[in-house]
Design a protein around this ligand. Structure first.
Ligand SMILES: Cc1cc2nc3c(=O)[nH]c(=O)nc-3n(C[C@H](O)[C@H](O)[C@H](O)COP(=O)(O)OP(=O)(O)OC[C@H]3O[C@@H](n4cnc5c(N)ncnc54)[C@H](O)[C@@H]3O)c2cc1C
Length: 476
């Protein structure tokens, strides 16, 4: 049987574009369908616009901080419309680049929705197309809240296109999108209430970071409501009222629900192709991205594993190489560094203290210090750094940081950890002075031994801590 394509990719996001581009580069006849925007979530309504907005908020703080350094500057007004227009122009530029990359690699582009007719046949915008292999790379979407009045809430997709900045925002959720937008809106001058069900935000992250982030959010003026959930939202004219389980009612101009995401599968007709999904709707795959149907693969957020752009692109690249290239490409997916662009940001790689303790005794090194910038800025803000070391092997199994530049620093540490670096390797590394990063190679005194994780996941562990020498010009 001859097919129209060797490979057809459904979805032009991070995973799909990379897979289609690399497969076409290996000489395969590739088609790719995108129904909405090239580059997918990351470029249009995710990482990229989010980070631009985080930067916008940081400029506000930097203007304020500059006074301590002698600058005679006054807080100015922020032009929300200009920010959104400039952001949109940059996103359009990136959309065009993604499309050009596919074109340049020789993939055939379809700007349409693709749905399955059978395991080798798709309907792509009304055209019947056959392919020897099909890749599902349709990503995910934010879920709408199910409580009464949930329709009055916006979701993250909407947050990038608001006509004006709301004066009072209630953010629902304790995940990374909620805390990032808390920083964005607070930094641009909105009053922010952050409501989440757990005792600390960012479930799954190291507890010292989680507790440190709550402290930082509170110091920046965000009102944190931990351990409560919304029961309903009422709209009274332009004002919304958010009712909480503890009886409190929060007024808001905007209610932003960041309560979770779900895989994009509902319109695909997967049953026609024999593709199995799990409880959350995610397409079930093995380690090579193979689904329950022999000719069909799935990559990226639609499989709901590690929902991050670099993971999606790595999976797309690995699949294209495995099918048409030199063979499978290896990625260290067990130790993926990740960041939260909160204010301040945090970043992490490897095991949390509790995860490490469950495997055996771990040496914990914690350092908390005032970064040099804030010695003069007058802003009360601490940087927190932490190393988790497996006691038996002395390998660094976890590195965590809350503070400016944490994501930039963590990328380098993740390379060291993927090379199997030990605490002794860190200790013999000479630091760069004066930086915050040097603290990671000058933490000499063990803070504590972790050997039995506490029952609850929400106990802050900060302290006792070393007073970090880094950046303060003290040396060690
Ligand atoms: C607000 C936000 C912030 C984020 N920030 C970060 C971050 O800082 N760092 C990070 O690493 N990750 C971040 N992420 C996650 C990241 O965006 C995703 O992990 C990544 O985009 C997943 O890529 P994907 O290709 O699997 O899916 P997507 O990028 O979602 O691409 C899927 C594409 O498929 C298309 N599609 C769906 N169904 C069909 C169909 N039937 N036919 C044709 N096309 C279809 C969609 O329109 C979409 O363009 C963020 C996500 C959000 C929502």
């Amino acid at each position: 049987m001859t097919y129209d394509f060797d490979l057809f990719v459904i979805g032009g996001g991070s995973a799909g574009v990379r897979c289609a581009r690399i497969a076409a580069g290996h000489g395969a006849r590739v088609g790719v369908a995108e129904e909405r925007f090239w580059g997918g979530t990351c470029v249009n309504i995710g990482c990229v616009p989010k980070k631009l907005m985080v930067m916008a908020a940081e400029y506000g703080a930097a203007i304020h901080d500059a006074r301590g350094f002698g600058w005679d500057v006054a807080d100015g007004a922020h032009d929300w419309q200009r920010l959104i227009a400039n952001k949109d122009a940059e996103i359009s530029r990136l959309n065009a680049i993604y499309k050009r990359l596919l074109d340049g690699a020789g993939a055939r582009i379809f700007e349409a929705r693709a749905i399955f007719l059978d395991a080798h046949t798709l309907d792509v915008g009304g055209m019947r197309i056959t392919a020897e292999r099909i890749v599902i790379a349709t990503g995910g979407h934010p879920t709408r809240p199910a409580f009464s009045g949930g329709g009055h809430c916006i979701i993250s997709d909407d947050a990038f296109y608001l006509p004006e900045r709301p004066r009072r925002v209630v953010l629902l959720g304790g995940g990374y999108i909620a805390v990032e937008f808390a920083g964005i809106f607070a930094g641009l001058g909105s009053e922010v209430d952050l409501v989440f069900r757990q005792k600390l935000p960012l479930r799954g992250f190291d507890e010292d970071l989680r507790a440190g982030l709550v402290e930082a959010l509170t110091a920046s003026g965000v009102r944190v409501h931990a351990g409560v959930s919304p029961t309903s939202v009422e709209a009274l004219g332009g004002i919304k009222q958010v009712h909480l389980t503890n009886g409190e009612v929060l007024p808001a101009d905007l209610v932003f629900a960041a309560l979770g995401r779900a895989p994009n599968v509902s319109s695909l007709h997967l049953e026609r192709a024999g593709v199995a999904t799990g409880k959350t709707g995610a397409v079930l795959v093995d380690g090579q991205g193979r689904t329950s149907a022999e000719s069909i693969y799935a990559i990226g957020d639609v499989t709901d594993r590690l929902n991050l752009t670099p993971v999606a692109t790595a999976e797309g690249h690995a699949l294209a190489d495995a099918l048409f290239g030199p063979g499978p490409r290896e990625w260290a997916l067990d130790r993926v560094a990740t960041a939260v662009f909160s204010s301040p940001p945090l970043a992490t790689v490897g095991l949390t203290e509790h995860q490490a303790a469950r495997r055996g005794p771990a040496d914990i090194y914690v350092s908390r210090f005032t970064p040099m910038r804030h010695a003069l800025s007058g802003r009360s803000r601490k940087t927190l750094m932490k190393l988790v070391v497996d006691q038996a092997t002395q390998k660094i199994v976890g590195a965590h940081m809350l503070g400016e530049d944490a994501p930039e620093i963590m990328q380098g540490l993740s390379i060291a950890m993927n090379c199997g670096a030990t605490k002794a390797d860190f200790d013999r590394t000479v630091g760069i002075h004066p930086t915050a990063a040097e603290e990671f190679v000058t933490m000499r005194t063990r803070t504590r031994v972790a050997d039995a994780p506490p029952e609850t996941d929400a106990t802050p562990l900060v302290g006792p801590v070393e007073i970090g020498a880094a950046e303060m010009g003290v040396g060690d």
